[in-house]
Design a protein around this ligand. Structure first.
Ligand SMILES: Nc1nc2c(ncn2[C@@H]2O[C@H](COP(=O)(O)OP(=O)(O)OP(=O)(O)O)[C@@H](O)[C@H]2O)c(=O)[nH]1
Ligand SMILES: [Mg+2]
Length: 381
């Protein structure tokens, strides 16, 4: 029994020992699992922290980039403003210089020309204010209000009331005068922005043009030309001595002076003003057909016509030259034209050869002036 009991005890001990070992083993595994869990947790924590750190760093970099972009934008804006200011100042200096040069040139000429001095004195006696020169600001304002565009040749047609200015504009553009004499009055802006050839200058027997109107030339070769129809001088509305400055004629690149029935003091004054401002002129005697017809005896005999025409042309040129000599202005060409002949030439039609006086030459010289202008002035960017 004793031996048997001991065997039993041994087994039981052995069993306990085995159990204890197993327990220890289990505990070890549990510990290991805990350790691994801890390790995993640590790793996860670390990885989240690393990710977060990376994200934060990325955010930081983005913020820096944003700040940099904002700074760049600000810099660009400042640069743009500075450039704009610089451009404005340069333009102002240019116009001021232009105005100063106009005045200096004019003064230099005035000093040389005694006629001008005498005229100024006479004007003073008559209470006519001395000629005023525009400032740079005034030039800029007038240019803007009349739609002056760098690169275009701006030709104003001026002269006494009823001298045929609007008819000339219509004719050089190849159009007849509107039948009623009252074409729709288009606003300056419309005319400036709308270069369709549909607009006609109003014409008529009483003061028809009351504000400056601008017209584009429908001819392909004269796209760079802007015609300006100017109200007539010497009316109640527009007094002679104010005419040149009041109409802002000093901004034009070329001025065409239209003379109707006879050359007047107003026409000569215009020539002087243009000379003072260094503006080239075309001096045009219009209505030749009417004058020739009126000079013919009644009853009308076609055989007389050639003789009358030749006499009229000679007399007109002589009269113009003698006026220029008298007032001390250099001789220049006078273009003797009729609106219908001019219109036919500019409408691609053939006028009767004997009706042509200076119409072809006038158009050739206008085209030449435009060509010279467009090759000397840089176009607007
Ligand atoms: N026969 C003939 N008549 C002309 C000629 N040129 C103009 N006329 C006429 O003369 C009159 C006056 O012409 P306009 O062109 O209106 O003159 P304007 O200088 O523009 O007149 P305002 O704008 O009022 O200063 C109109 O009846 C025209 O038909 C021409 O070459 N021949
Ligand atoms: Mg007119």
């Amino acid at each position: 029994m004793g031996g048997g009991g001991s065997k039993h005890e041994d087994e039981a001990r052995h069993q306990r020992e085995e159990n204890a070992k197993l327990q220890a083993e289990i505990q070890k595994l549990k510990d290991e699992r805990q350790r691994l869990n801890d390790e995993k947790h640590d790793l996860e924590l670390k990885s989240t922290q690393a990710e977060n750190a990376e994200k934060e760093e990325k955010l930081q970099r983005l913020n820096e980039k944003l700040e940099q972009t904002k700074a760049n934008q600000q810099m660009m804006e400042n640069l743009r403003k500075t450039q704009e200011e610089k451009r404005r100042l340069e333009e102002k200096i240019k116009l001021d210089n232009f105005a100063r040069k106009l005045e200096e040139d004019a003064k230099a000429r005035v000093e040389k020309e005694t006629w001008l001095r005498q005229e100024a004195e006479k004007n003073l006696e008559e209470g006519i204010p001395p000629i005023r020169y525009p400032t740079g600001d005034q030039i800029a304002e007038t240019r803007e209000s009349l739609g002056y565009q760098e690169g275009l040749l701006h030709i104003a047609i001026t002269g006494c009331s009823g001298s045929g200015k609007s008819s000339l504009i219509n004719a050089v553009r190849g159009y007849k005068n509107p039948k009623t004499g009252f074409a729709a009055l288009t606003s300056l802006d419309t005319v400036i922005n709308n270069i369709s050839p549909g607009h006609l200058a109003q014409t008529g027997t009483s003061e028809t043009t009351t504000q400056i109107q601008r017209y584009a030339d429908p001819h392909r070769a004269r796209r760079g030309l802007a015609w300006y129809d100017v109200p007539g001088a010497g009316t109640l509305r527009v007094r002679d001595w104010q005419y040149f400055n009041d109409q802002g004629l000093y901004i034009f690149d070329t001025i065409m002076i239209a003379v109707g029935d006879r050359i007047t003091k107003t026409d000569v004054d215009l020539l002087f003003h243009c000379k003072r401002f260094g503006i080239p002129t075309f001096f045009v005697r219009s209505k030749a057909d009417q004058h020739i017809r009126n000079s013919m005896d009644e009853p009308y005999d076609e055989a007389d016509e050639d003789e009358v025409r030749t006499g009229y042309i000679r007399q007109t040129r002589t009269e113009f030259n003698s006026i220029l000599t008298k007032v001390g202005l250099p001789h220049q060409k006078i273009y003797i034209v009729s609106k219908e002949t001019l219109r036919l030439l500019n409408d691609g039609k053939k006028p009767k050869p004997k009706s042509i006086i200076d119409e072809e030459e006038l158009m050739r010289d206008v085209n030449d002036a435009l060509h010279k202008w467009s090759t000397s002035v840089p176009a607007d960017e």
